[in-house]
Design a protein around this ligand. Structure first.
Ligand SMILES: [Zn+2]
Length: 181
């Protein structure tokens, strides 16, 4: 699935589990993008299209971009796409190494797991064991990455997030009005 769909699904899962602060939501969003660092540049694409809109094309941004692309290409060459970064136990190992001290790390792991689960719904599936078997849905139900069904899932997910965000805005506006009258 594409980066935008992964971010939306990661945020919905985080919201469902009670994440409300910026660090938790940022963790979920980053975690939901990270597995595609093995896409040979796939993780850089959503960032590349987003960053120039919010940040000027500074040399540091270009350097981060090319570093991410190099790292991404190297991981893809060694492990292949949907290899080690899409293997569920690696999330547990990563959590064990980094520790469970912060909400950011917990929601980062959640975003990562939701990413693997979402990729499991696509035609290529995901690898359950590092060496072997792929989990794949039957072809007639599996979602094609970048296809019509993914566009529908993505639109619904972003629409749902927009509805949640507008509720927050309303609550805030009503709170301000209550204080001022
Ligand atoms: Zn993926």
């Amino acid at each position: 699935m594409n980066g935008q769909t992964h971010i939306a699904l990661g945020l919905i899962a985080a919201h469902a589990l009670g994440a409300g602060d910026v660090a938790s939501l940022a963790g979920a969003a980053l975690g939901s993008l990270l597995p595609d660092i093995d896409g040979g540049g796939a993780i850089a694409r959503p960032l590349e299209s987003l960053l120039p809109k919010v940040l000027p094309r500074l040399p540091i941004i270009k350097a981060v971009d090319s570093l991410a692309s190099t790292l991404s290409g190297a991981i893809r060459r060694v492990f292949g796409h949907r290899g080690v970064t899409h293997w569920p136990p690696i999330v547990a190992v990563g959590l064990g190494l980094v520790g469970l001290q912060s909400d950011f790390v917990l929601y980062f792991a959640l975003g990562w797991l939701v990413h693997i689960y979402a990729d499991g719904l696509t035609k290529n599936g995901v690898r359950l064991g590092l060496l072997g078997d792929r989990f794949k849905l039957p072809k007639w139900v599996a979602v094609r990455t970048g296809g019509m069904m993914e566009a529908v899932i993505s639109a619904c997910a972003w629409g749902y997030l927009a509805a949640i965000a507008s509720q927050f805005v309303w609550k805030y506006v009503l709170g301000v009005l209550e204080v001022s009258f």
